[in-house]
Design a protein around this ligand. Structure first.
Ligand SMILES: C[S@@+](CC[C@H](N)C(=O)[O-])C[C@H]1O[C@@H](n2cnc3c(N)ncnc32)[C@H](O)[C@@H]1O
Length: 332
């Protein structure tokens, strides 16, 4: 098994009174570094839009940096060059980072059909650590990096709850939830995603952690179709993770997926696969998402977002997360 170095550079403690931006990053990193060393993690957010003139989020990935620029209304689609230069100077001053280790991503509303497609053909993969587990990451070639850092605590929670459990991970992407579940002692995991690229990436993540694919099945399929088949086959799971995209459209699906419309059949079908006392972990990044009130007649729904938001993320709406269980089972 490949050993991934922790790579958390020590930085000098030189406060720079002329740059609140630089001080903010230095302070955040120095604080997070202690936690990161203790927990064997090296992928976390070191700046999250704390200062108004710097509409950025900067993620540290084992010595490389992913800079998300949140476009303002009057921008064209690129960050201003003075800002790019300043960010590069600051990351170089604090971490000695070379510009080639800094990857810019512009956050603007993409056309619906553009989501989750490749952006290039560089194939620059490397490994990061999260609570001692290894994950393949790529900051260049895809719309997302392979590991959504805002769900780090949710993954840890799933890992801790999985011992002896049958775990289903829908919209599994690179299987990061499933890897935590398997490493936490799950009886078996099943990960479902319709993308060839991401199911292959997920397979690599299991193998990277020395986890056998025998007990960790990866299925390339539309989740809604999979659910129908699994209900027919009377499959049962103790934990079901559902963290879907807000919107997705693909040739492999019969129709477009829209979380606010499709969550009801999704939850209704997933609930039929729950074993007695089983729990669904449901999450969305949609800021507009609301549960229909009548669902509380069928399900026990508890919001746990305050427990799943990591310390390095300052936007409380980055995601929301709930546990959902069947009411009739709870009542009996
Ligand atoms: C936002 S990511 C999900 C994040 C993921 N749950 C995680 O833990 O990192 C969206 C994923 O959903 C997959 N996807 C979108 N629509 C799907 C569908 N109808 N059935 C199966 N997978 C789907 C995409 O291929 C992509 O991997």
């Amino acid at each position: 098994m490949e050993e991934a170095p922790l790579f958390l550079p020590n930085i000098a403690d030189g406060e720079d009174k002329t740059s609140p931006f630089k001080n903010c990053i230095r302070k955040n990193y120095r604080h997070l570094r202690k936690w990161a060393k203790r927990t064997q993690s090296n992928a976390f957010r070191i700046y999250d839009r704390e200062i108004n003139h710097y509409p950025l989020a900067i993620d540290f990935y084992a010595g490389r940096f992913c800079v998300h620029y949140f476009l303002r209304r009057d921008d064209d689609d690129q960050p201003p060059s003075a800002l790019v230069e300043e960010v590069e100077d600051v990351l170089s001053a604090i971490f000695g980072a070379d510009p080639s280790a800094i990857y810019w991503r512009t956050r603007f509303k993409r056309a619906k059909s553009e989501q989750y497609q490749k952006t290039g053909v560089h194939q620059e993969f490397f490994t990061v650590l999260e609570y001692g587990l290894k994950f393949r990451v790529n900051l260049v070639d895809y719309i997302d990096t392979g590991l959504f850092l805002d769900h780090r605590e949710t993954r840890k929670m799933i890992g801790e709850l999985s011992r002896g459990k049958r775990v289903l991970n829908l919209f599994a992407y690179t299987c990061s939830f499933s890897v935590h579940a398997a490493a936490g002692g799950a009886l078996f995991t099943k990960s479902v995603d319709m993308s060839n690229t991401y199911t292959a990436w997920g397979r690599e993540n299991f193998l990277l952690n020395g986890l056998s694919l025998e007990n960790n099945e990866i299925v390339r399929e539309d989740c809604l179709k999979f659910l129908d088949e699994a209900i027919q086959a009377r499959e049962k799971y103790d934990l079901i993770i559902i963290d879907p995209p807000t919107i997705s459209r693909s040739k492999k699906m019969d129709q477009m997926f829209d979380i606010q419309i499709d969550y009801i059949p999704l939850l209704a079908k997933a609930a039929r696969l729950l074993a007695e006392k089983g729990t669904i972990f449901f999450s969305t990044n949609s800021r507009k998402f609301v549960f229909e009130k009548s669902l509380t007649e069928t399900f026990s729904i508890k919001e746990i977002s305050h427990k799943t938001l990591p310390q390095d993320f300052h936007d409380p709406k980055i995601h929301r997360c709930w546990t959902i269980s069947n009411l009739e089972i709870k009542g009996n």
